[in-house]
Design a protein around this ligand. Sequence first.
Ligand code: DGJ
Length: 728
Amino acid sequence: MIGFDKEKRIFKLDTENTSYIFGVEDDFGYLIHYYYGPKLAGNDVSYLARTEGNRPSERLREKCSFLDYAPMEYPTAGAGDFRETAFEAEMEEGHNTSEFSYVNHKIYKGKKKLLGLPATFGSEEECESLDIVLEDKLLNLRITLTYSVFEGLDAIARSLEVTNFGSEKSIYITKIMSTCLDVDDDDYSILTLHGSWARERRIEYRKLGHGNQGVSSLRGESSHQESPFIALTSKNISQTEGEVYGFSFVYSGNFTAGAYLDQFNKVRVTMGINPYHFRWKLAPGETFTAPEVISVYSGTGLGHMTRTFHDLYRKHLIRSPYRNKKRPILINNWEATYFNFNTEKLLAIAKEAAKLGIEMLVMDDGWFGKRNDDNSSLGDWFVNEEKLPGGLKPLVDGVNALGLKFGIWMEPEMICPDSDLYRAHPDWAIQVPGRTPTRSRNQLVLDLTREEVWEHTWNSVKNTLKSANIEYLKWDMNRQLTDLGSLGLPADRQGELFHRYMLAVYRMQEALITEFPNLLLENCSGGGARFDAGMLYYSPQIWTSDDADAVERLKIQEGTALVFPLSTMGAHVSDCPNHAVGRVTPFKTRGDVALAGTFGYELDVTRIPEADRNMIPEQCATYHKYNDLVREGDYYRLASYSENGLYDAWMVKAKDDSEILVTYVNVTRLANYKDRFLKLQGLDAGRPYRDEETGRVYAADVLMHAGIPMEQFWGDNNSKLVHLVEIK
Ligand code: DGJ
């Protein structure tokens, strides 16, 4: 619910358990932030800003210290706020100072779409929004800040539009953060998700020091290295206690997210498109739309923040018809064959898979052009008939005849210098004229911002998908952007390329799901370099990591699930020794860990040990038994292997509390040590539960405060599922 107190000029955004309060101050109309935290009944908190008596109309001689001190709702650069600001624009004359004042606002039911960008959505019954218009009359610039709140969720979405309403001059936006939050320091740390290829989204805490700190990407994608997520956490943070302000960016390109601790020990958090290499020309009459940031406040620990993001993204971001459906259990041939396959081999895998309960075969990289390794052919999206005689159709028909669906891999955004496409159109790659562009995996990036390149690429994707009964697409992206230059843009718009590239990718994904509404789309980027909220708007699942080792996955999936629903995490059982780390883990553990995601296989089922193969039917049955619960339930993190170095545990509870699935992985056995007791979370104390396996009955308060016994298995890396069913 959003309210405006006309007399005090105060806005109050209430969510289920939080309030966000700010107001208009001074004759000039500054937007000053007052409060974000546990829900308040009233709005009388403007004193928190400590601006009284110091506003420019009261004390003009010290305007600079006002600007450098006041908690600003959307701070802009140049006039005296020397902290990390949210907005900077350059005039044609070369100046870059701006000062925006409040003009008007509108509160309305529902939520606007963001032009060309992914964003959360909701009906008039589900959310309410506020648009605030600010203007800088000298620059002829208008900023419209938009806030939305969602029924029953502690989440606030923020984005903004900037319009050049002058009639003559262009303006260059050089920095545009999508959100900004000023809070008083409470000895916070920042929590971020860092990583690398095959090691994505590890949780990391850093004690906040003075100055600016945070995470960013300049790679043209959200990246393996740093994820577009940041949280401020209080000293005593745990799953169930402490304060956290979490921010997640609904964007897949360059970003920055930082916390600035200032001279007065106040913290400013900002998040938005990375300003480096960003310069957007706004010609008279033009509007720029900045992507959305979701902020979630929890006063009851990380767990509540996590579940809020999960609910928001499942209900208000993912649009795929698959979002509330079981995904077919797939088998992907990448780690099974790499590039070395043909129709016969794939049909042999499919035949064996079908017997075991697997439901879809996904043909990965290597089916097109002359692609027998990763040196050539990206862009040549015609079937390699030496591998697949007669094209896709005989293979797909053969797979379908076995009762399996068929899925395919593509990497539409890329072009190899060794490809027919490149030989015909060398200028289609992103490049700086006269400079040889840097190769990565022997490939370059197509300049999708050019209409003819976009059309050609879209036709390749469309024609491939139409050429046979293809029900799933893995859209991969295996290199970062370098040598930023577009032959389609004038010099004063080259600084727009990174963002225009993202808009072009989004446009193609939008075209894809419009043209093929029932296609199951899985985004991927060399593993999990595009695991972000932007991509979830188009695909209900994303490949989490190229590392499918069960133990490594505990850390990767813990970090990913801190923000993203389990239903979105691509997770497969792969062969051992694991291809990324060489570790050998029990087949059961690999299965139990993959059950926390979309579930599938990535191995040659005709060649794995018989004992492993024999476990597949039971694993598939377990997936069918628990997937509704895992996909739609509430996730609670019970223990963290990355923290304790010994074991990992999580649970998923049905929304109606009727059942609970606990997953426990004992990574390392502690010698001479008996059972440990795993305490559950979030239960309604009155309800008794029966352990399906042992028949033992537990009261909910016993489960939470005493816990269930978890044996320490003999040997490493063993796992256990415990299914608790409510006794009615
Ligand atoms: C990277 C992906 O993450 C892998 O799963 C696989 O599809 C390869 N690319 C293929 O090149």
